[in-house]
Design a protein around this ligand. Structure first.
Ligand code: DLL
Length: 430
């Protein structure tokens, strides 16, 4: 077993020892080098020497997206720019982009973590990796690229978009591994169908999907339509990019690479840790980042933490699917709702296609939700009554499952905008 493989399976107690060493080092590093953290640690009355056990993590101050924006672009760096060899940025939907930086050492660690991520799905030297994550400031493209190269696989750096060209590359280069957002994988499947290329004409075996929320229902649709096994990958720019966590062959939660990142799940209101299995906000601390170490980053992503060893033999804690974000919760007639709950209901309805849009409007003092969803072409061919029947059925199912009345519009196949990257599921007209 490789060193990394042994680490992932080490008993928790053994791992805790070097995690503590690394935590102490990172706290000392930011205290010495980043004025922002020196001030925050001072306000929290914690000195690096106070970190004596992993439980002392809780004494450290949190970092938020606002802190990144307030120190834009380089205020959180712990190295001079001369030692920075790469910048990435996440655009976000509003405001200042979040800039993140990497030293040569950081890129090396990231490549190792991405290699580990791909190996979790059995990727090896003989694989052809079709990498349709966007290359550029987004971390997805280059993150997967370096990981696949580190393994020695053959990388096709196709980036996102230009779907026609993707189809030819998938087929002609014999791609065995697909990396892209889950929504784009479905768009590829659709385009393959339209081009008359059946999944059996491809060699796809596994896919690594992340960067946006998706559900088990979506997994089933992707696996069936592309004839591959889907792995969920989670990560975010502020922490490193992809490569924070990935599913193993059990597909029962995503293992956090705990030798480099310490996960916590806290109640977003009280900021106190919640018990294993209870949903809360994921908080991550980097243990080895050089250019941009981050203490207790509040990801705004909602999930559960499972510290128990996995059937696969790994002892790294797992996080569950991201079920929402603290900032994408909708309140419809007083009911708190996450888009993923809607997706789950929609995709369980036969003849509904996995392409939808949630449109929000203000009607008087109330928020109103309209679900636009595509139907299978058969439904459209069957005529208006079939379309209306499907809309009624979706409406009923949503009311049964979530308890709210929503408007449902069944729209023709292909009419909801496809994105080569992260899908936009919410159109807020309020
Ligand atoms: O999306 C990094 C990434 C690239 C992850 C490729 C996986 C694959 P950002 O653009 O900074 O970085 O966006 C991070 O995307 O806070 C989550 O809200 C969301 N996200 C990422 N992975 C998942 C996932 C990349 N597997 C934000 N499930 C995060 C649900 C995800 N949401």
């Amino acid at each position: 077993m490789s060193l990394s493989g042994a680490l992932e399976r080490a008993p928790r107690r053994e791992r805790a020892r070097f995690q503590l060493e690394r935590l102490r080092a990172v706290v000392a590093r930011v205290h010495e080098r980043v004025p922002f953290y020196r001030r925050r640690l001072g306000e929290a009355a914690v000195a690096p020497a106070d970190i004596r056990s992993l439980d002392d993590l809780r004494r450290l101050p949190f970092t938020t997206k606002d802190d990144f924006q307030a120190t834009y672009p380089f205020g959180l760096l712990a190295t001079p720019l001369d030692d920075v060899v790469r910048l990435h940025a996440s655009s976000g939907t509003t405001g200042t982009p979040t800039v993140v930086a990497y030293t040569r050492g950081d890129l090396d660690t990231w490549s190792d973590l991405m290699a580990r991520t791909l190996r979790a799905g059995g990727v090896g030297r003989s694989d052809v990796v079709h990498n349709a994550y966007g290359y550029g400031l987004f971390t997805g493209g280059l993150g997967f690229h370096y990981g696949a190269e580190r393994i020695g696989a053959t990388v096709v750096p196709i980036s996102s978009g230009f779907t026609e060209r993707q189809l030819l590359a998938l087929r002609d280069f014999g791609a065995t591994v697909l990396c892209c957002t889950p929504s784009y994988s479905l768009h590829l499947a659709e385009a393959l169908g339209a081009a008359g290329i059946p999944p059996s004409a491809l060699r796809l075996r596994v896919g690594f999907f992340g960067a946006e929320p998706w559900t088990e229902e979506m997994r089933r649709a992707i696996e069936t339509r592309l004839g591959l096994t889907a792995f969920n990958v989670y990560g975010l720019s502020e922490i490193v990019g992809p490569g924070v966590s990935v599913e193993c062959e059990e597909h029962h939660g995503m293992h956090v690479h705990e030798d480099h990142f310490l996960p916590e799940v806290v109640d977003p209101a009280t900021l106190e840790p919640v018990a294993p299995g209870v949903t809360g906000e994921l908080v991550l601390t980097t243990l080895t980042k050089e250019a941009l170490p981050v203490l207790r980053y509040r990801t705004r992503d909602l999930t559960v933490l499972d510290p128990e060893p996995c059937r696969c033999g790994r002892t790294f804690a797992r996080i569950g699917r991201i079920t929402g974000r603290t900032d994408d919760m909708l309140i419809i007639r007083g009911v708190n709702l996450f888009p993923s709950q809607i997706e789950q209901v929609l995709l369980a309805v036969p003849r509904v296609e996995p392409h939808y849009l949630l449109v929000l409007r203000r009607e008087g003092a109330l928020d109103a939700l309209e679900i636009r969803v595509e139907a299978h072409p058969d439904v459209v061919v069957a005529g208006e009554e079939a379309v209306r029947g499907l809309a009624d059925l979706v409406q009923r199912r949503v009311r049964e499952a979530i308890g709210i009345a929503v408007g449902v519009t069944v729209v023709p196949p292909g009419s909801i905008e496809r994105s080569p990257g992260k899908a936009r599921r919410i159109h807020d007209l309020r």
